[in-house]
Write a protein that binds this ligand. Structure first.
Ligand code: DGT
Ligand code: CA
Ligand code: CA
Ligand code: ZN
Length: 504
């Protein structure tokens, strides 16, 4: 399929050929040409999006399905990809593109740059000299990640990857790189709001630059911030460019200064091989002290349960685990590892472990692991009243693409959490991202403290916190809203305040 690219002068002709669709027969090509009047893949794509391919009578439903599969036009609601997978692939492609000497700059755009929880396709913006376009296309076609190039215009390549993701690679010169980045970062709704605001000030926003509406002249566009400045707006971080009136805040300089990854001082939910994790306590500590040098502490939070049998730590083994943590801390020379637990919330909202056990831990996360369909408002409010429960884990219970969140009146739960001094987790696992943006914004507005955790089972999972950070940023969190940007002393203070308040 990629051999046609060996001769680069044949690129445009071959790309236009319907016969390049993997597995298509000449009879099928004929039928499409006759009935839809299209001659190229690029012309065909709109007919697929609007369902007209199905009207080609000479094609059976199976043939239609195979043609779509051959093109891998998978950008549909059912086939969105987890943010983490798209992030890894986006970084990998960007790195490969950056290595081409003619390329000056590469940035991720689209929903990936905004940190949305699922991604339809990857958007990449490349700055390069226009004359080098063909060279770059040739190199992209030969990248091991790329299966097929399905469209190649003068400033846009659309490629299908071997892992079935699709990527839009767009080109822009330095003169309007920022304007293109702004446009292709989106969201569509945000772009519409920006366009309206620009129009009210006498400008037109285009991917080629901010233009004067009257003269049509280019005004700004090298960097995104140049355009914001011209419009007298604060810069809006990509994570905030969604459907929530952020431009009003930008106009009056009330954009929050968002939390960043390097502000995190520790990870407060990590599982080890004492319950359902793969790594030893010593192994995790050794790895983390190198891989996350800015962390001051980590909290080991194995599942502790007296009723569940598989992959849990039994309460009678807690003291052995504490002894092991003490041993590793002694080797490290300070109390780097804190002793935590993740416990179940019972049906009636009580903790599944008794107070005397809970008091052994430095940090207790309580989570709902049963009854996922009922309304769990009262259960979550009840657990907040336990003085030894410090945080609610993955509070909404959603598993993206698998399980809907259970019904909860978040207004009431966050009120209870703020009043009791119970933190809420931003769980960073790619299929959780729980709480998510809108819930976080509401929680923070009610004064709830948030904790960003990896909930790792393996060493590679520890990187998930990057997703927790982008999710927190989407929820408008500042450094001060995130408990684990503080020192361990501050966390001790947070715990003490709750115990003081709820003393039994
Ligand atoms: P996705 O891929 O479904 O996860 O979401 P996005 O936001 O990455 O959407 P995508 O890839 O279709 O387009 C990337 C950005 O390009 C989008 O966020 C905003 C901009 N864009 C695309 N189509 C339009 C449009 O029709 N109007 C405007 N104003 N902007 C658009
Ligand atoms: Ca996209
Ligand atoms: Ca796209
Ligand atoms: Zn859990």
């Amino acid at each position: 399929m990629k051999t046609f690219l060996k001769n680069s002068s044949a690129i445009s002709a071959s790309l236009a050929d319907l016969g390049n669709i993997r597995g298509i027969t000449s009879r099928e090509v004929d039928a499409i040409q006759k009935q839809l009047g299209v001659n190229s893949i690029r012309e065909l794509i709109p007919f697929i999006s609007n369902g007209q391919l199905e009207t080609v009578t000479a094609l059976t439903p199976l043939q239609i399905k195979n043609i779509k599969r051959g093109l891998k036009l998978y950008k549909t609601a059912e086939s969105r990809f987890p943010l983490w997978d798209a992030y890894l692939m986006g970084e990998e492609l960007s790195k490969a593109i950056r290595q081409c000497p003619e390329v000056e700059k590469v940035m991720l755009a689209g929903s990936l740059r905004r940190g949305k929880d699922t991604i339809g396709d990857i958007d990449i913006l490349v700055q390069l000299n226009d004359a080098d376009r063909r060279k770059l296309l040739y190199k992209i076609a030969r990248m091991p990640q790329v299966e097929n190039i399905i469209a190649a215009g003068p400033h846009h390549f659309c490629v299908v990857l071997h892992n079935q993701m699709q990527a839009d690679i767009r080109l822009a010169p330095s003169r309007y790189f920022g304007a293109s980045l702004l446009y292709y970062t989106g969201s569509v709704k945000y772009n519409a709001e920006m366009e309206e605001l620009a129009a009210s000030k006498g400008f037109r926003i285009t991917p080629e630059g901010l233009m004067d509406s009257h003269t049509g002249e280019y005004v700004a566009g090298e960097q995104e911030v140049d355009i914001y400045r011209k419009l007298q707006l604060d810069f809006v971080a990509p994570e905030l460019r969604e459907d929530h009136d952020i431009l009003t805040a930008a106009a009056v300089h009330e954009i929050p200064l968002l939390v960043t990854f390097d502000q995190l001082k520790g990870d407060m939910q990590i599982h080890t091989n004492w319950s359902d994790g793969a790594e030893s306590i010593a192994g995790i500590a050794k790895y983390m002290s190198h891989a996350f040098p800015h962390y001051h502490y980590i909290v080991i939070t194995d599942h502790v349960s007296s009723t569940r049998t598989n992959h849990v730590l039994h309460p009678e083994d807690v003291f052995r685990q504490i002894a092991e943590i003490n041993r590793v801390n002694a080797l490290m020379g300070y109390d780097y590892i804190k002793k935590g637990a993740e416990i179940d919330i019972l049906e009636n909202g009580e903790a599944a472990l008794s107070d005397d056990i809970l008091q052994q831990f430095d940090w207790v996360i309580a989570s709902i692991h049963s009854d996922f369909s009922r309304d769990n408002t009262s259960r979550l409010i009840q657990i907040c009243k336990n003085p030894y429960v410090n945080c609610i884990g993955h509070p909404s219970g959603r598993l993206i693409g698998i399980r809907k969140p259970y019904p909860v009146n978040w207004d009431e739960v966050f009120t209870a959490a703020a009043a009791s001094g119970t933190a809420m987790e931003i769980n960073s696992r790619p299929n959780r991202l729980d709480l998510h943006d809108e819930q976080i914004r509401l929680a923070v507005s009610k004064g709830v403290k948030m904790v960003i955790n990896s909930d790792a089972r393996t060493l590679t999972h520890l990187d998930f916190v990057k997703l927790g950070i982008s999710t927190a940023r989407r929820g408008s969190c500042r450094k001060t809203d995130i408990l684990n940007t503080g020192s361990w002393n501050e966390i001790e203070k947070f715990k003490a305040e709750k115990q003081q308040l709820l003393k039994k």
